[in-house]
Design a protein around this ligand. Structure first.
Ligand code: SF4
Length: 191
């Protein structure tokens, strides 16, 4: 069985039907421009806010590993973390975000997914993760709580059930999300 992409955890919380299209009907949908790959993450981390934040949380001297592939069969997850900070007794994942707004539940769940994978890979606890909002160089610290960890496991179970049954989940009740969705043409019931 293939592993679930950590990015699908984010989509699962945002609109589970997107995950249905990704995993059950992978041929549909328009490819989106991957701006993330153009991000010069090394430059961003030298920014004032990021340095300040790393110091505040004790990661100023942490080893920095960019674009780290992580996977684990037991978690059933895999994905590429933008940045992993490896300190002496703790590890933290940093995700770079191109859009505005506060980190939502979907982004927190994704960060928790990367954090669980990083814990397994490095054998260190991940108590928090960071989201770096690129447009205004703002850093958000996200505590990796028991609730978020449970949300990751629930999402994995939900996605596996979706694959088994090929059941199409209900559309997101937040219909504003449909306007720019790459699968808008396939969700006739939302219009
Ligand atoms: S169009 Fe709306 S309901 Fe359909 S997948 Fe996209 S966000 Fe979900």
């Amino acid at each position: 069985m293939d592993l679930i992409a950590v990015t699908d955890l984010k989509q699962w919380v945002y609109c589970p039907r997107i995950v249905y299209y990704h995993r059950v009907m992978p041929a549909v949908g328009k490819p989106t421009f991957k701006m993330r790959e153009a991000i010069a993450a090394q430059e961003l981390i030298e920014g004032l806010e990021m340095r300040r934040c790393l110091k505040e949380y004790g990661f100023e001297n942490a080893r920095r590993r960019f674009n780290v592939w992580l996977s684990d069969e037991i978690l059933s997850l895999s994905g590429k973390a933008d940045l992993v900070l490896e300190a002496a007794e703790e590890i933290a994942v940093v995700d770079f975000k191109l859009t505005s707004g506060e980190p939502g539940e979907n982004q927190r769940t994704q960060l928790a997914g990367y954090s669980l994978l990083a814990e397994k890979a490095y054998g260190l606890p991940a108590r928090r993760a960071f989201l770096y909002r690129i447009p205004d160089n703002r850093v958000f610290a996200v505590e990796i709580t028991v609730k978020l960890r449970d949300a990751v496991r629930a999402a994995v179970e939900g996605i596996r059930a979706l694959e088994r049954t090929e059941w199409m989940p209900a559309a997101t009740p937040v219909r504003a999300r449909c306007t720019e969705c790459e699968f808008a043409n396939y969700c006739a019931d939302v219009w």
